[in-house]
Design a protein around this ligand. Structure first.
Ligand SMILES: [Zn+2]
Length: 300
């Protein structure tokens, strides 16, 4: 598929995103915590998200919050607080199901339900979507565009990960891509190795990698004439979250590695750069600032 790859716009800009879900929504624990059990789990997302809002405010940073519809229904005041603090409220879908596990009609219902609810809460258009576990697929893109999103931020241009989805024609060196007229993909950052790269955008990789090494990687990406796109979940700064037993060792590791260090590291990272929400990155591309140059991507 031909892609319009944008060269240089947004270079040197650091965009921050937070996927607002709770510890029991993570795919790492889904094998033993069924969605019917979510209502019985301890709700910790409000405390953790509020702590993140405090960290952002202290550094005068703005971010995009991809809020899960299920969380928004439980904590509508939290969504209003995010918007009132000047951040972008975007959608993480409603039920946190992997996109490629749904039929297109089910996916459409899921994203519409969350988008409309978040817009009712904030009174503002919801422009961005992030797929649960980065499980985006080609057929989902026209649906997202059709229901009124301006961008998706769900693709990690890395080598295979067991849960990540796929989009054709993407390049780790050009993280913002015009997929269709008026609709962008904003990839999660990777340290480039050819067209793919080492994940350097957040999550378990951020918790696992020594902080100073992570910082050097972020600076390297920002120097390479591309924007940097970071993500984190509120449960990643919560060392007190319940320990889930009966899951695979790899998932236990992904869920818990360095939780106790993460809040400090996140605060340090927020203080180290000037952060903007993803909508500002998109608006910069749309406005043609930063000398945009468009070219056709190779097919494939
Ligand atoms: Zn998620």
């Amino acid at each position: 598929m031909a892609r319009m790859i944008t060269k240089h716009p947004g270079s040197g800009k650091a965009a921050l995103s937070i996927d607002v879900e709770d510890w029991f929504h993570a795919a790492n624990v889904s094998a033993v915590i069924a969605r019917e059990a979510w209502d019985r789990c301890e709700l910790r997302v409000e405390r953790n998200t509020t702590r993140m809002l405090e960290i952002l405010e202290a550094c005068n940073a703005r971010a995009t919050f991809f809020v899960l519809g299920w969380v928004a229904e439980k904590c509508p005041h939290l969504v209003r607080a995010i918007a009132a603090a000047g951040h972008e409220v975007a959608s993480h879908g409603y039920g946190h199901e992997l996109v490629y596990s749904l039929r297109p009609s089910e996916f459409r219902s899921d994203v519409l339900r969350s988008k409309q609810y978040l817009e009712d809460l904030t009174g503002r258009p919801v422009r961005g979507y992030r797929a649960p576990c980065f499980s985006i697929t080609e057929w989902a893109i026209p649906i997202l565009h059709d229901v009124g999103f301006d961008y998706d931020s769900s693709f990690v241009p890395t080598l295979a990960h067991d849960r990540y989805g796929q989009l054709d024609g993407m390049d780790a060196g050009s993280p913002v891509v015009l997929l269709r007229d008026g609709f962008y993909e904003v990839c999660i950052s990777c340290i480039r190795l050819g067209k793919r790269g080492i994940p350097w955008g957040g999550g378990g990789y951020f918790r696992l990698t020594p902080y100073l090494m992570w910082l050097r990687g972020v600076r390297r990406i920002l120097r390479s004439e591309t924007p940097y796109i970071f993500y984190i979940h509120p449960w990643e700064i919560d060392a007190g979250q319940p320990r889930v037993t009966g899951i695979k060792a790899t998932n236990q590791f992904r869920q818990r590695v360095n939780l106790q260090r993460c809040e400090g590291r996140f605060a340090a990272l927020v203080g180290a750069f000037h952060w903007i929400p993803l909508c500002d990155l998109i608006d910069g591309f749309n406005a043609g600032r930063d000398c945009p140059q468009f070219q056709s991507a190779p097919t494939g």
